[in-house]
Design a protein around this ligand. Structure first.
Ligand code: AMP
Length: 278
């Protein structure tokens, strides 16, 4: 596996052969099987799989979360080699935000900017979009691989690709879970043991919602779900059932529309998100 730390070096390498289809998997590292499932998919579909590890400071809402974000570079490299990833981009902040760099992306996020993650993490999506845009310009991939785990992020990136007419196909991978159902996340490493055990409440509540869809009014499901998630040490921010395509709120259940339930919950001091197609 080739590892590049500078924009010049990776661009020089990738531009050698324009006939190769490039698949790109952006990550913030502390890799788990969710990330690696995207690498596997990228390898399957593309000629070169480029992964990146970059903890993007502009998409964090709290300094403490940024400082404590797990960084396990050596281990990540071993995993990527194991999965036969071809190229790893591991840039510094200076490479991504050189002096005089101006955030180029100013797109209208519409309702996606102020619902769910947009509402509770102001500025997060703007930071995320700018770094994804910067990576797309540097790497020029044919395919971009992202996880359904961050479904709102994926929808917003899809919107950017459309609005800016970018020449890349977004491919979404399913959520990879631990055996007990907890969605894999780099932040899970930071959960205390007893909190980690109780964190199955997110997936269990999503399963409960899926079982009761069509039986109970949607607003009641959302309300009961919020109560179910309010166990000691846990504080839900939202539990919303939305249209799976637009992520618009849905008032009434109809069999012909696909829905997704999305939730964000503070598990002690760690914020977890999860979702499930219903
Ligand atoms: P992150 O390192 O958290 O920024 O995630 C990098 C990519 O991996 C994003 O596209 C995520 O949606 C995806 N991802 C994170 N967790 C999972 C998971 N449990 N299953 C599948 N994909 C995931």
């Amino acid at each position: 596996m080739k590892i590049f730390k500078t924009v010049d070096a990776i661009q020089h390498y990738l531009q050698n052969d324009k006939t190769q289809k490039i698949g790109f998997v952006p990550t913030m590292g502390a890799l788990h099987k969710g990330h690696l499932s995207l690498v596997e998919k990228a390898i399957e579909i593309s000629d070169i799989c480029v992964s990146s590890i970059y903890v993007n400071p502009t998409q964090f809402n709290e300094e403490e979360d940024l400082e404590n974000y797990p960084r396990t570079f050596e281990n990540d490299v071993l995993k990527l080699i194991d999965y036969r990833n071809d190229v790893l981009f591991y840039p510094s902040d200076k490479e991504i935000y050189p002096e005089g760099f101006e955030a180029p992306v100013d797109i209208d996020l519409k309702h996606l900017g102020n619902t769910m993650e947009g509402k509770y993490r102001p500025g997060h999506f703007e930071g995320m979009l700018n770094v994804v845009h910067r990576f797309l310009k540097i790497i020029e991939p044919d395919f971009l691989f992202m996880g359904q785990k961050d479904i709102q992020q994926a929808k917003i990136v899809e919107m950017m690709i459309r609005q800016l007419n970018l020449n890349v196909d977004l491919i979404l991978g399913p959520i990879v879970r631990e055996i007990d159902g907890l969605a894999m996340s780099s932040r899970n490493k930071r959960l205390k043991a007893e909190i980690r055990d109780k964190a199955t409440i997110l997936h269990n509540t999503l399963l409960w919602a899926a079982e009761n869809i069509g039986e109970i009014p949607l607003a009641t499901i959302e309300e009961v779900a919020m109560n179910r998630l309010s166990i000691p040490d846990f504080k839900p921010e939202y539990f919303k059932i939305v249209n799976a395509e637009s992520l618009h709120s849905v008032e009434e259940y109809r069999e012909d529309q696909s829905l997704v339930a999305c939730t964000a919950v503070w598990a002690d001091k760690i914020r977890l998100i999860d979702n499930k197609f219903l």
